[in-house]
Design a protein around this ligand. Structure first.
Ligand code: ZN
Length: 222
């Protein structure tokens, strides 16, 4: 495991913990902004603005909730009292930034990288189009996007090595003990996978390559 991956996992675990602070009963998202020295600049989770009531009945009313809620990534950005330092990273889990949050991310010049801990079972097909546009926006602005598949609340084991990327059936692949599959809009063939995972590459690099090549995977079963 590279040093980058080690710290990515640590900050994604922190974002996961912060997501549990959200009072939203259906979706809990956590975000952390970290500078290039690994100093935490700000954190955020999805919730209502500070000066509004946090009453459970307001979260139960979906229509009202969607209008009032501030997403985790935007909250983290709003919590930054100063300009975000250059080469900062935004961590978010368990779903990728929407286009609204992406606009905020791209307005703040300091964020050069977004690391997403993609949760198991949290992805809806209806988000595909939204996610695609957000990805295009980040790519156009030169923001690097890294995706780590998460298994429930746990990150993949830290000992996954390229030699374990063997069990490929169709568009399914086993990462350690987690079976993943490519999302509908992409297919992950054996030859593509073999091209991505070479002897000299490591797990994080393979995931980055998959993100670059638009091959996003989601854990489906143990
Ligand atoms: Zn958002």
């Amino acid at each position: 495991m590279t040093r980058t991956e080690k710290w990515d996992r640590r900050f994604l675990n922190l974002a996961k913990e912060i997501s549990t602070w959200s009072k939203d009963p259906s979706t809990q998202v956590g975000a952390v902004i970290v500078d290039s020295d690994g100093i935490i600049i700000a954190t955020g989770y999805n919730g209502f603005p500070r000066r509004l009531s946090d009453a459970p009945e307001l979260y139960a009313d979906r229509e009202k909730k969607y209008k009032r809620v501030v997403h985790a990534e935007l909250n983290a950005i709003l919590h930054t009292a100063i300009d975000i330092p250059k080469f900062s990273t935004l961590y978010v889990t368990p779903i990728p930034p929407c286009t609204e949050c992406t606009k905020a991310i791209l307005t703040k010049e300091g964020i050069f990288r977004v690391v997403i801990g993609l949760g198991n079972g949290t992805w809806c097909a209806k988000w595909d189009a939204e996610n695609k546009i957000a990805e295009e926006m980040m790519s156009e602005a030169g923001v690097h996007r890294t995706v780590y598949p998460l298994e429930d609340s746990c990150l993949l084991g830290s000992n996954v090595q390229p030699s374990e990327f063997e069990d490929i059936v169709g568009n399914r692949v086993t990462l350690g003990d987690v079976v993943c599959e490519a999302q509908e809009r992409s297919t992950l063939s054996v030859s593509q996978w073999n091209t991505l995972v070479r002897d000299d590459s490591d797990y994080a690099e393979a995931l980055i390559q998959m993100a670059v090549n638009d091959l996003h995977i989601t854990p489906v079963e143990k």
